[in-house]
Design a protein around this ligand. Structure first.
Ligand code: ATP
Length: 374
């Protein structure tokens, strides 16, 4: 497999004078890595993917594959494999013929065709079907396959031509949750086994976090953050990323002191919260503390406690049991706060509506975001 690098340099794409689908997006995709374009509907994900594929001409900027601009290279010569949501298998052909057609119609294969015997084509088809776990399905037609199996065939067909780049546009959107999770793991395994550079479009943040080496979060055509899944989750760069990727508590405050390594913030109720890391933030600046619900520690107000660090008092509003964890929302003087805490069988962490609780989070449990509210 010849994995390629992809570089987007200030890529913009407009449709007519008013629709700015992609605005000044720059990012580098390392050879052999899987990058997800994540964002809500209309954020420009598909437009970027289609631009890499050559189905759209970008308005400005450039796209490079292995350091070379692809502006003048038509789609069929870009050596791409693509899988879309709707499978796009030929219904009248068997699985074997769907894949063989892919081999025969690719330009490189056309060049090689004189050298590729039908035995070699069959061998390649069989190898790809084994890779996606569909050995033995060669003679089936698409209507004899489940949705998940169709998507595996589509993936095998995309890979059978030995492309430089794999483009996946919401490939699991039509599948149920269980199947989707199964295929996420499988596609990631196959991608790593083959070592192919892959661009994956999804609006599902769980999917993006679980599958990717890097995630590009898009909002209204702009790149909000490009980072590893862990960084996206633990250190969201913007309010949009914080809210779009998982649940989050955002608490208004003012910086009391901010040195590199530690920021002290005073909340509306006067409580002082210290967080480690983050950007250099001048005293007096309005900010928002962002804390994930599962990074919160919850105890009853009546319990003994060691110190008052990063503590807010609250009253339980709702409790939802989720197997071994509990979702608790609380009213506090700084607004509603959501916590997701482990359930302790001993009963020590049983909470009920109206309970007075101490809400605490560790020094490293959150980040400080610039206040972007008007
Ligand atoms: P979704 O998750 O709904 O597919 P997306 O993030 O992939 O959304 P795009 O399909 O890239 O978003 O669309 C970005 C913006 O560009 C949207 O406002 C969309 O309406 C617009 N757009 C896309 N294609 C065209 C087109 N051919 N003509 C005009 N506007 C378009």
């Amino acid at each position: 497999m010849n994995a390629a690098s992809i570089r987007l340099n200030s890529v913009s794409k407009s449709f007519g004078p008013d629709v700015h689908a992609v605005q000044d997006v720059s990012l580098t995709i390392e050879p052999g890595s899987l990058v997800t374009l994540l964002g809500p509907s209309g954020s420009g994900k598909t437009t970027i993917l289609r631009s890499i594929a050559g189905f759209e001409d970008i308005s400005s900027g450039e796209i490079l594959i292995d350091g070379e601009s692809i502006a003048a290279t038509p789609t069929h010569r870009r050596q791409l494999g693509m899988v879309a949501q709707d499978y796009a298998l030929f219904p009248h052909m068997t699985v074997r013929d769907n894949l063989a057609f892919g081999i025969r119609s690719s330009r490189r294969a056309r060049r090689e065709r004189s050298r590729l015997s039908s035995g070699q084509v069959a061998e390649r088809v069989d190898r790809m079907l084994a890779l996606v776990g569909l050995d033995g399905f060669q003679a089936r037609r698409p209507q004899q396959l489940s949705g998940g199996q169709k998507q595996r065939v589509a993936l095998a067909r995309a890979l059978v031509t030995d492309p430089r780049v794999l483009l996946l546009d919401e490939p699991f959107a039509a599948l149920d949750k269980h199947l989707r999770e199964q295929l996420q793991i499988e596609v990631r395994r196959i991608q790593q086994e083959v070592g192919i550079t892959t661009v994956f479009v999804t609006h599902d943040q769980g999917e993006a976090l679980s599958m990717s080496d890097h995630v590009a979060v898009l909002n209204r055509g702009r790149l909000e953050q490009y980072a590893t899944p862990l960084e996206i989750y633990d250190e969201p760069a913007t309010r949009f990323v914080a809210e779009f990727v998982g649940r989050i508590n955002l608490l208004d405050g003012v910086v009391a002191s901010g040195n590199a390594g530690r920021t002290d913030v005073v909340l509306a109720d006067g409580s002082r919260i210290a967080l480690e890391g983050g950007r250099e933030t001048p005293a007096g600046e309005r900010v928002q503390l962002s804390v994930r619900p599962e990074r919160i520690r919850l105890t009853h107000a009546s319990e003994r406690h060691d110190d008052g660090l990063n503590t807010i008092m609250g009253v339980v509003k709702t409790v939802v049991y989720l197997g071994d964890r509990i979702d608790v929302t609380m009213n506090t003087i700084v607004g509603e706060i959501a916590a997701n805490v482990p359930r302790d069988r001993s009963g020590d962490t049983e909470f009920a509506d109206g309970d007075h609780v101490r809400i605490q989070f560790a020094y490293g449990a959150g980040t400080v975001l610039p206040d972007l509210l008007p």
